[in-house]
Design a protein around this ligand. Structure first.
Ligand code: DX5
Ligand code: ZN
Length: 215
């Protein structure tokens, strides 16, 4: 199964965001992970749809993976699809019907994913796997970059991988040179990394090593 690497734009220097987007493209990232935070869902606020549109403008060829940490993602699916999202991820814990919204994401022409927080058992994601192209297992509590990976979350990755050998399984939060190997061993193939990749001297080399399975 192909390993894809997704730098998380949240860790880029906000003072020169466009440079951070181009940096990920030049480093041959498979996709760019764009975190959208609503303070009723997580204790933080991040980017707006304009940032997704900025990504499309400065790096049109780079897949835009939009992670909606929102209570009501259903109200914003069109907005993000119009801004240029290629894949949209909604939380199981959100205040909407994920079955319906995952279908709508596909109808908007995007890849769909269901996201589960660290407290949510992996079993909860199972009911959505027909409508979801991918699943995102959070490996930290959402809201901030630079946190430490919660190892127990990787057991959920292994559980889902056993059931779905072909499915795209993403991990997000606390992925660095050491935890990357653990995430791969658990069965994740879509790897988000923010502070570690943006903090690297040479993001291109870091991504090349990750794709080769050795960070
Ligand atoms: C956390 C976000 C992550 C975050 C990851 O709420 O969903 O995408 O940017 O950052 P790192 O890799 O620094 O943990
Ligand atoms: Zn994220």
């Amino acid at each position: 199964m192909k390993t894809e690497i997704l730098p998380s734009l949240l860790a880029a220097d906000i003072g020169c965001l466009a440079d951070g987007i181009v940096r990920a493209e030049k480093a041959r990232a498979d996709r760019l992970h764009i975190d959208i935070m609503d303070p009723s869902f997580v204790p933080n606020i991040s980017f707006s749809p304009d940032v997704v549109a900025l990504c499309r403008r400065v790096a049109p060829g780079l897949h835009r993976n939009v992670h909606l940490m929102m209570s009501r993602p259903d109200l914003y699916l069109e907005v993000f699809a119009k801004a240029g999202a290629d894949s949209i991820q909604i939380h199981y814990e959100a205040d909407c019907d994920p079955h319906r919204e995952l279908r709508r994401i596909r109808e908007l022409g995007c890849r769909s994913a269901i996201v589960i927080n660290p407290e949510t058992p992996a079993e909860k994601a199972l009911a959505y796997l027909d409508e979801a192209d991918e699943v995102l297992v959070m490996t930290v509590r959402p809201g901030y970059g630079g946190q430490k990976l919660m190892p127990e979350c990787l057991d959920k990755v292994s559980f889902l991988r056993r059931l779905r050998p072909e499915m795209g399984i993403m991990v997000d939060g606390g992925i660095n040179g050491e935890t990357f190997a653990e995430a791969l061993a658990a069965g994740a193939n879509l790897i988000v990394s923010g502070s570690w990749l943006y903090g690297a001297d040479d993001m291109g080399e870091a991504i090349a090593r990750m794709k080769a399975g050795r960070a």
